[in-house]
Design a protein around this ligand. Structure first.
Ligand SMILES: Nc1nc2c(ncn2[C@@H]2O[C@H](COP(=O)(O)OP(=O)(O)OP(=O)(O)O)[C@@H](O)[C@H]2O)c(=O)[nH]1
Ligand SMILES: [Mg+2]
Length: 244
C-alpha cells in the first residue's frame, strides 16, 4: 500500500510537542553538532541528554549548549532510556518522546518525517528505517546488517507485524502508548529497542516507519556496541518475552 504523508506546516509558534532524549556515553566528538541541529527543530527545554557517566567533554558541551543533562543511576543504554521515559512521564506534559543516538549517525532534521507519519497514520510508534532508507558506505557492518535482518524475521515469526529495522536508534513514541507499557521495560542495554518493538506488537499498538538516512560515525568517534554481547542480549529478550 502506498502511503501518502501530508506535510504538517509548522513554525516557531507551532512547535512539535516532542521531548527529545539523546542517550550518550563519551560522545564529545559528535554531541555538539547534534545538539545544535536539534535546537533548530525543538526548544532547548525539550532536549535531554541522558548520560552514562561519560569521562570526556560530553557533559560540559551539553552545559554550554544549555540543554538538560542527566547522569543515569544504573548502567547501560536501556537503563538510560527507561530513566528518561520515567522523567518524561512525570516531569513534562508533552505528547511525544523521541530517541536519537548521540553519534550523529541519524539526522535529527528527519524528525519531521517521523512526526508527520505518526500524526497522519495515527500511530503509537514511528521507527526511522535505515534498511529501506539510504545507508552511507561503512555505516553498518555486514555482521550488524545480518543480525538486524535475522532479528526482524524472528520477531515477525514470533510476534507478527512486519518491522524492518527493529534496532533503529531513532524513533518517536506517543505518550499514551509508552505510559501503558513502560513499567514492563526491563532491558538494561542494547536490547531496549527490541523490547520496545515487542511490547508494542504484543499490545497491538500501531507501528509505522519512515525511511531515513544513516551515516557512518565520524573519525575519532567510537562505537559502544559489542555485536556478540548485544546480539545475545537481543536474542534472549526476544525469547524471554515469548516464553515467560
Ligand atoms: N546513557 C548511555 N548511553 C549509551 C550507553 N551505551 C551506549 N550509549 C549511547 O547509545 C547510542 C548508541 O550507541 P552506539 O555505540 O552508537 O551503538 P550502535 O549505534 O548500535 O552501534 P554503531 O553502529 O557501532 O554506532 C550512542 O549515543 C551511545 O553514546 C550507556 O551505557 N548509557
Ligand atoms: Mg551508533
Amino acid at each position: 500500500m502506498l502511503l501518502i504523508v501530508t506535510p504538517i506546516h509548522r513554525d516557531k509558534q507551532n512547535l512539535m510537542p516532542i521531548f527529545l532524549t539523546i542517550p550518550t556515553l563519551n560522545e564529545e566528538r559528535t554531541i555538539e553538532d547534534l545538539i545544535i541541529n536539534s535546537k533548530k527543530v525543538l526548544p532547548n527545554e525539550n532536549i535531554l541528554i541522558y548520560d552514562g557517566n561519560s569521562v570526556d567533554k560530553t557533559k560540559s558541551i551539553a552545559k554550554v549548549q544549555k540543554v538538560m543533562f542527566k547522569v543515569q543511576n544504573s548502567k547501560g543504554k536501556g537503563n538510560a532510556m527507561i530513566e528518561a521515559i520515567d522523567y518524561f512521564l512525570h516531569n513534562t506534559n508533552l505528547s511525544y518522546i523521541c530517541f536519537i543516538d548521540g553519534d550523529l549517525t541519524y539526522q535529527i532534521e528527519e524528525i519531521d518525517c517521523l512526526f508527520e507519519t505518526l500524526i497522519n497514520t495515527n500511530s503509537d510508534m514511528v521507527i526511522g528505517n535505515r534498511i529501506n532508507g539510504s545507508r552511507e558506505n561503512g555505516s553498518i557492518t555486514k555482521l550488524n546488517v545480518i543480525g538486524n535482518y535475522l532479528f526482524s524475521i524472528l520477531i515477525k515469526i514470533l510476534y507478527g507485524g512486519s518491522l524492518m529495522d527493529t534496532q533503529s536508534g531513532f524513533r518517536l513514541l506517543s505518550r499514551d502508548s509508552i505510559n501503558k507499557i513502560y513499567k514492563e521495560l526491563n532491558s538494561s542495554g542494547f536490547s531496549i529497542e527490541t523490547e520496545l518493538c515487542i511490547l508494542y506488537l504484543k499490545n497491538k499498538f500501531k507501528i509505522s516507519s519512515c525511511d531515513i538516512k544513516y551515516k557512518r560515525r565520524l573519525e575519532g568517534s567510537h562505537t559502544k556496541l559489542n555485536p556478540i554481547k548485544a546480539g545475545s542480549e537481543i536474542l534472549k529478550t526476544i525469547l524471554r518475552l515469548k516464553f515467560t
